[in-house]
Design a protein around this ligand. Structure first.
Ligand SMILES: Nc1ncnc2c1ncn2[C@@H]1O[C@H](COP(=O)(O)OP(=O)(O)OP(=O)(O)O)[C@@H](O)[C@H]1O
Ligand SMILES: [Mg+2]
Length: 506
């Protein structure tokens, strides 16, 4: 009998044209945080979907505490104590935190009241060290708070195994640290955590053991203490990687202003002011980085620049031309590409196929549509070209795009948008969800666009990434630009202070 909380033996799962999991073994010990690593498409999410009863394996067995189990549905897995927090939150935005925690939970008291649910939620939150406001509405929460609610929902149902798929991708550094503390407390009770991440430094800090997948197979399971970043990268990729390089530009002529905001204010979805009197200009041939903690107006900034959101005051100009209306088609025609923050909500049509998603932005242009005539053959050819450029492995171009792995969806959106960005690219967290090799490729592509004379507005939370590639850095705090600096003169400490809202000392 094994002491493992969960043991996976020979798990195999195929989809038409590919083997996503090929005879994978994995054991999870009580009290451990176990990281799952691998390149985009390696099979991490698939394996977790098997463990949580979303997919049935073609072969292989699952044991819990040495006893064989079969999960015919996610409900069975939850009943057995396995809880998963997905990358895309599934909360109901109009409900309160307490309501979301109790929704569909069999222990919810029959006769209830807001106060009772809130009290129960508060007790749970205290027990697991996850700070939430039970009475707040989910739509008013930051990404970090929403994630804590998701985790509480899972823990409330008695999870003994907690699975987190890229949990820190959307968190600020402070929120990520708080999450790790809570996870440590959870495993100290003898429970276990599976943690999927692309951030190797974080994995080394958080995990007790690390399992690496490559192209659907397990490569190794190792104690974290025996690993370093270079070794993990080599295991993931199957060869040694060069050190990531900076992509700063040589001496170049700057072009005219391509993106310009003059005194722009805008509201968020709830009608609350999210941008306040923003002046910002991006020239052709430069990358302007936007630094800031998520939720300080980044989304709204990118949306007014791409025609998705009207301004309440001020002016948006593209290539010198005033844009009077928020109309995405006009911004597209003006040569603006947009890599959005949330690829599944605004970047892709998840249930449409890969081909349609790939050509979506060039649908009405030649060669896809010529003289009013749509050519399916030309659409397919272009789509294959985009997919190949994006380095996405797609066995079937007619399959829904939601079947692509998270990182591959991101690659596809980015490549599609770079093609239409003749004047400017607005890229919001473009490296989110990408594996380390793909991050380097993405940054290199962005640098190449700049070198071709395109203007780039790059929103990122990774200050190192911004300082490595941007020519100037603007700091956004509570919807205001706190300052704009040439990267060569930007001191990380000063930028950090401005990101926290501390104005410059005189
Ligand atoms: N429902 C599905 N139908 C067809 N193919 C699928 C399905 N789900 C996953 N796949 C394929 O299985 C492979 C593994 O995908 P998976 O989502 O497990 O990768 P991942 O390791 O989680 O990658 P990422 O880091 O990008 O999230 C991919 O090639 C993906 O396209
Ligand atoms: Mg995944």
């Amino acid at each position: 009998m094994s002491g493992a909380v969960v043991e996976l033996v020979g798990i195999t799962k195929s989809f038409p044209g590919l083997i996503a999991n090929d005879a994978i073994d994995l054991d999870l010990r009580p009290g451990e945080i176990h990281a799952l690593l691998g390149e985009n498409g390696a099979g991490k999410s698939t394996l977790m979907n098997v463990l949580t009863g979303i997919y049935q394996p073609d072969a292989g067995r699952i044991f819990m505490q040495g006893v064989p189990v079969r999960f015919a549905s996610p409900k069975d897995a939850v009943a057995a104590g396995i809880g998963m927090v997905h990358q895309h939150f599934k909360l109901i935005r109009a409900f309160t935190v307490a309501e979301n925690v109790h929704l569909g939970w069999q222990d919810t008291p029959f006769r209830t009241s807001a106060g009772l649910l809130e009290g129960r939620t508060r007790a749970l939150a205290e027990r697991f060290g996850l700070a939430v406001r039970p009475e707040a509405r989910v739509e008013d929460l930051s990404a970090g708070e929403q994630q804590r609610v998701e985790i509480l929902r899972v823990l409330a149902r008695g999870a003994r195994v907690l699975i987190l798929d890229e949990p820190t991708a959307v968190l600020t550094p402070g929120e990520a640290a708080a999450l790790v503390r809570a996870l440590r407390g959870f495993v100290a009770l003898g429970y276990a955590v599976i943690f999927i991440s692309h951030k190797l430094d974080e994995v080394l800090e958080v995990a007790d053991r690390i399992t690496v997948l490559r192209a659907g197979r397990k490569v190794a399971t190792l104690p974290a203490a025996e690993c370093d970043q270079a070794r993990l990268a080599t295991l993931m990729v199957g060869r040694e990687l060069g050190a990531g390089q900076r992509h700063s530009a040589g001496k170049r002529q700057l072009g005219p202003i391509v993106l310009q905001l003059a005194g722009v204010s805008a509201n968020d979805e709830r009608g609350v002011q999210a941008l306040a009197d923003v002046d910002l200009a991006v020239r052709g041939g430069e990358i302007v980085g936007v630094a800031g903690v998520a939720g300080n107006g980044q989304r709204e900034l990118s949306e007014v620049l791409t025609g998705l959101r009207p301004v309440t005051e001020g002016q948006v100009r593209i290539g010198g031309q005033i844009m009077h209306h928020a109309n995405p088609a006009e911004f597209l025609a003006a040569g603006i590409g947009h890599i959005p923050e949330d690829r599944l909500r605004s970047g892709l049509a998840p249930s449409m196929n890969v081909t349609d998603n790939a050509v979506m932005r060039e649908y009405s242009r030649p060669p896809v549509t010529r003289g009013g005539l749509f050519s399916p053959g030309a659409a397919m050819t272009l789509a294959r070209h985009i997919v190949a450029d994006a380095q996405v492995l797609v066995p079937n171009m007619r399959a829904p795009v939601r079947n692509l792995s998270g990182g591959n969806q991101q690659r596809l959106v980015a490549r599609r948008e770079m093609r239409v960005a003749g004047q400017a690219l607005v890229a919001v967290y473009p490296t989110r969800g990408l594996d380390i090799g793909a991050i380097d490729t993405m940054l290199r592509s962005i640098a190449e666009m700049r070198d071709r004379g395109v203007g780039v507005l790059l929103v990122s939370e990774e200050l190192d990434e911004l300082l490595g590639i941007a020519d100037r850095v603007a700091v956004l705090f509570q919807g205001r630009i706190m300052g704009v600096f040439p990267t060569a003169e930007a001191e990380p400490e000063r930028i950090g202070l401005l990101m926290g809202g501390r104005a410059e000392a005189a």
